[in-house]
Ligand binder design. Sequence first.
Ligand SMILES: C[S@@+](CC[C@H](N)C(=O)[O-])C[C@H]1O[C@@H](n2cnc3c(N)ncnc32)[C@H](O)[C@@H]1O
Length: 519
Amino acid sequence: MLAQVRTPMVEASTDAIERFRAAVAGGLGLQFEEAKLGFLAGVLQRRLQITGQPVERYLSRLESEQDQDEVGALAQELTVGETYFFRNADHYRALTEHVLPERLAAHGAARVLRILSLGCASGEEPYSLAIMARTVIQDPAWPVSILGVDVNPVILDKARRGRYSEWALRETPADVRHRWFRAEGGHLVLDDALREAVRFERHNLVDEHARVWQLDPFDVIFCRNVLMYFTPAQAHALVGRTARLLQTGGYLFLGHAETLRGLSTAFHLRHTHGTFYYQRKDAPGSAAQREQAPPARAHGLPLPADGGGFRLRPEELADTWIATIGRAAARVAALAEAPRPRPIARAGQQKPGWELGLVLELLRKERFADALAMVEALPPESGGDPDVLLLHAVLLTHGGQLARAEEVCQRLLDVDDLNAGAHYLLALCREGSSDVSRALHHDQAAAYLDPGFAMPRLHLGLLSRRAGDRAAARQELGQALVLLQREEASRILLFGGGFGREALVALCRAELVACGGMP
Ligand SMILES: C[S@@+](CC[C@H](N)C(=O)[O-])C[C@H]1O[C@@H](n2cnc3c(N)ncnc32)[C@H](O)[C@@H]1O
């Protein structure tokens, strides 16, 4: 007999709740974990009562996508509409100082700027975009077209009204508030001209036939705090459609806790104004732009006014993490006496998807030189394989061949700009060249792309401590300590610099104590 989930009104079988969960994932993209099944059961029961349908009929209609009104009603129950004006101010700074000027220059004579807010909720985001666009583009001859899209019809009605509470403007600068809002009956009402500049349309982002996907491409798309609620498959599909809806060189902004890692290779990662965002590939000069991206300013680390590298003094170099890794690798190499293995892959013998298990085995045995020789003996066709490139870069870094390691990392980033491992290795290489600002940039990129990755956090902690920023060091090392304890063993093997989990945890604790933190 099926288990039952009970409420005072109705009861739905576990089977029905599972079907409901799958229909919600298929129909709205939303993912609900096991822990949320009780909540889903409550929603299902309420919808059965309101619609007056028997459970079988209700679920069948939902599964066959016949009932878009019901999808809208479910959106009201199941989506999170939290938003406010100028959420993540760093995004708006990057937008006004970097993205919009670049897009305007790219347009030349074609005078229209198109901006889209996907999952716009009650309108605070597209209206913030309209304010920023109007601030940057004061020439009325430049039309700015802004569209907000959401699946929830009730929240869109609120957006169209343009009336907000004080709370919705909690991050809005006073001058902006003064310029674009008027007080009325305890609310703040948006300027009419601005309200008219933004259109709202109801579309379901999981519907690949929705009209929004047929529109002319956009310069900038904000799709913030939407993907984080989606199943991986729906997130992947949504990112693909979004990439196609961007102009070449157009920009995509995600929420702070979201990344495209593992979802798309159609974008370059951009890092300015202390924040990350994405640019569709094939932008003219985009490779050059990546190299010229302003260095990271974080953790209060001193950067010279000209934005050039913050460099280590020679006597400091011996004390760096990359130097420590080099010493560990050299010690291990001196101890290794095992005979050299034969190369593992020969053209024609191995299918692409090279047998890297033996290389990892050598790495595990700390036979770094042998592992490197084995990777370098792979056929040239393996040179485009991201796994081979990553392993090659790891081994070169271990062996202190930092210039070559950087070259391989850059090749890897050309294939996959969002590879967190490549960014971490580049951070080590840049530190080895005493270029701390680029080291910081790459560590931050690695930590942003993969929030569970312990090593860039540890490295950021060490860099911050050396720069005398004890508070930032404590924060990074504290996070590294937590992450290290649950880090995958294979990642410690690859990126631990020859140190095991226990040694890294001990190092992290000692560093934390040294900068006044709790071990
Ligand atoms: C947390 S809000 C984000 C609001 C705004 N983008 C921000 O970051 O402040 C998420 C929004 O995504 C919308 N949403 C969720 N699933 C959707 C779908 N399948 N199609 C369209 N919008 C969806 C929700 O209705 C909600 O308004």
